[in-house]
Write a protein that binds this ligand. Sequence first.
Ligand code: G6P
Length: 452
Amino acid sequence: MVVSNRLPIAYREDSTGATIPLLSPGGLVAALAPALAGSGAAWVGWDGTFSGSEEPLDLEGFSLQPVSLTQAQITNHYEGLSNSTLWPLFHNVGVNPEYSEAWWADYLQVNRLFAQRVCNVVAEDGTVFVQDYQLMLVPEFVRSLRPDVAIGYFHHIPFPDATHVAGFEHAAELLEGLGACDVVGFQRQSDVDHFRACLQELNPSVEGTSLPHSAAYPISIDSAAVSTAASQPMVLAKAQEYATSWGNPEWVFLGVDRLDYTKGITQRLLAFEELLASGAVSADTAVFVQAGSPSRENVARYQQLSAEIDAIIERVNTTFPSVTGRPAVVYLRENLPRTDMLALFVVADVMVVSSLADGMNLVAKEFVAARHNDTGVLILSTHAGAAEQMPEALLVDSFVVSDITKVMQEALIMEKGETARRMKQLRADVAIHDVAEWATTILGDLSQARKA
Ligand code: G6P
């Protein structure tokens, strides 16, 4: 059984205007589908609506178990403690975590609701696989009710310096919550080390043997599926359509992100502004396409980021006009359909992933999986977990804008042979280390830990 804050579903209207739920085919769904196939397999989560129905949904072989949350619970658990306290705490990029007692109370309450739902549904001696920071107390609550089940937890986001995390007033409770697990997984070895150091700092008497098994399991994508999808005629036609609509510039730079302050979107736009100012490219020879899906829009810091991005783009486009009138920065501020997203990966010459902190960053992996002719340069922040696995990218400390500009310049002059050599290696690695490998490894360790 999988437990994640969000269920992998989206609601669409059919031709009669009725709302129908559809499975959203993300990497996690693809990875866990084989493990979930079988009787009693289920996915517990929130369906993204206010006070929605708790009626289970059977979609494409998945039994989805929606947990209904009230407006207040969403405000306090999701927007409050999860995304205004824990998200900035764990990413540690200079945004101060905010805190309120009411948020913490509902974080406890919502974690309890999820745990109760799990316990009602999970089979005897079953496996419960909990995802991410919104649900760190679920393992402990499940364990207290169901000593029979195996419990794993995967932390998709970074675990920074121990002293920083230990400074949060409920850090000990969060880590105790994970203490009930058989396996606790992180993206990188440094995240594992920080987690262990934090446990020791909060509770120096804790013995090594009483800690849950913790290790690094770098998450990935369904590489084969992305690669196949990116070569479909519809995607290639859309890529052509994009290039034509931008006036077929010599260089297409691309950024694809959730609109989040951890992604370094302003840094990369400022770097592109410097690149234009340097004269290395002009608005006629180059375009920067930034696709940004709106995210957590009720949280003040996200509204502020959105305004910052708008202001930079307006300035760059006014300062560097093109002859044709096509803006230097094309901003697609929407949730793009999958075809369009893949077409962007196909049409880009330089992909810029400039996160200031990022557990992994799957966009970097999707970009390389989508490149069939071994062209294209990946610029990748050293602060993204993906950097450890993708050394053939042009790695950069994305806090330093002038360094991003420098690697953009490097990308412009890279020999074709060198570009191809790097891309081939990147593609080969992501093809082998895919999300199925991730799922098999962590679930395998979970079943071993349970037997031991
Ligand atoms: C990150 C987190 C996930 C989260 C996702 C989307 O990738 O690690 O847990 O689901 O962002 O954010 P949202 O707030 O829309 O669920």
